[in-house]
Design a protein around this ligand. Structure first.
Ligand code: KG4
Ligand code: ZN
Length: 355
């Protein structure tokens, strides 16, 4: 059995968790900075790293207390090494290094996206993954389609060529005057809307496993804002989404539903295409956007394969998923020295943990 402390500070949540065997969270503490960032309509990096620094110690202590653990009982300390905001990552990494030095526990730097993959196993009774599987990771910063052939083995098949899916939800949410983050707000609003009331485009991409959301975002912008006539005015509007004026006759619920339908359809088509082509046994969804019920529903309706997604509370960023991913890395003999560095961008692929 392994007992691993996970620490996650890659974006705007300060999180720590203790997990047994990569499956059973003994504690899972997430201190959200949402209130701090809501006023900016997005995550403000300087504010995020300062807030991490203020709460990291209390969050880790609470995770240890709630798990009823002493540091001597830990097999390893795992921390998100990247991708993410450098200033935020460094707070977690330096804290973890300090703990590792003080306790002598082995240290593992973990890829945040691999954490999202292993959030899928964080239920005591969840069956092991039936490889090969296709994994769709959709969050605020990432939208990746991967082929996973065994634990820790990934091949990138495609992903977004512009905005991440969650980012598209957040931008359109802001445009519609909904609270941040846009994803849950759009999903709520769309419940009273008719997805067929508007027809938004699903972009064609060169690769069948890529998707694109910037054209969709522009289509929504055109549909819902007052369009000025002259050329000069039109140019100004493009760079000024935030100030764009909403048309009075727009039904926000219908727009939200039609937009959500277009995003989830694009994701579903590419994922199912990949699963068929690579003869996968399962479809795995993870990341903040995998909380979306329309995405889950479409994926189940349109594929004959089993579809897995994490428990709702574990779709968005948390540290249990970092500890869960670390369990497999730990068993494979992976260790990070005390001198490893934060990585702001870091794709999940064959080379992920190559020296
Ligand atoms: O995984 P996550 O917490 O952070 C990143 O690693 O980026 O994902 C946050 C993203 C946000 O863009 C948020 O709008 C989106 O996930 N999100 C959703 C839903 N819940 C969160 N998008 C669509 N539907 C949801 N229910
Ligand atoms: Zn994430």
């Amino acid at each position: 059995m392994t007992t691993i402390l996970g620490i996650e500070t890659s974006c705007d949540d300060t999180a720590a968790a203790v997990v047994h065997d990569g499956r059973v969270p003994r504690s899972n503490v997430v201190s959200s900075q949402l209130d701090l960032h809501a006023q900016y309509g997005g995550v403000f990096p300087e504010v995020a790293s300062r807030a991490h620094a203020e709460s990291i110690s209390a969050v880790v202590n609470r995770a240890m207390d709630e798990a009823g653990m002493d540091y001597e009982q830990l097999d390893a300390i795992a921390v998100t090494q990247g991708p993410g905001l450098i200033g935020s990552l460094l707070v977690g990494i330096n804290f973890a290094k300090g703990l590792a030095l003080a306790t002598g526990a082995p240290l593992l730097g973990i890829n945040h996206l691999e954490g999202h993959v292993y959030s899928l196993l964080l239920e005591p009774k969840s069956a092991d993954i039936d490889f090969p599987v296709v994994v769709l990771i959709v969050s605020g910063g990432h939208s990746e389609l991967l082929l996973m052939t065994s634990h820790g083995e990934y091949r990138r098949l495609g992903g977004t060529i512009d905005d991440a899916a969650g980012e598209a939800f957040d931008k359109v949410g802001r445009l519609l005057g909904l609270p941040f983050p846009g994803g849950p707000a759009i999903e709520r609003t769309a419940q009273n809307g008719d997805a067929k009331a508007y027809r938004f485009p699903i972009a064609q991409t060169n690769s069948p496993y890529d998707f694109s959301f910037s054209g969709l975002k522009t289509a929504v912008l055109r549909e819902v804002t007052v369009q000025p006539s002259g050329r000069g005015q039109r140019r100004r509007l493009r760079g000024a989404e935030k100030r764009a004026q909403l048309r009075d006759d727009i039904n926000i619920a219908d727009v939200a539903a039609a937009f959500q339908d277009a995003v989830t359809e694009a994701l579903t088509r590419a994922t199912i295409r990949a699963a068929r082509h690579y003869h996968c046994s399962e479809i795995l969804l993870s990341g903040g956007v995998s909380a979306n019920q329309t995405l889950r529903h479409k994926m189940r309706e349109e594929s004959r394969l089993p579809v897995r997604y994490p428990p709702l509370a574990l779709c968005t960023d948390n540290a249990a998923m970092i500890a869960a991913a670390a369990h497999y890395r730990f068993l494979a003999g992976h260790r990070s020295g005390l001198d490893f560095e934060a990585r702001s961008s870091w794709r999940l692929s064959e080379e992920t943990y190559a020296e």
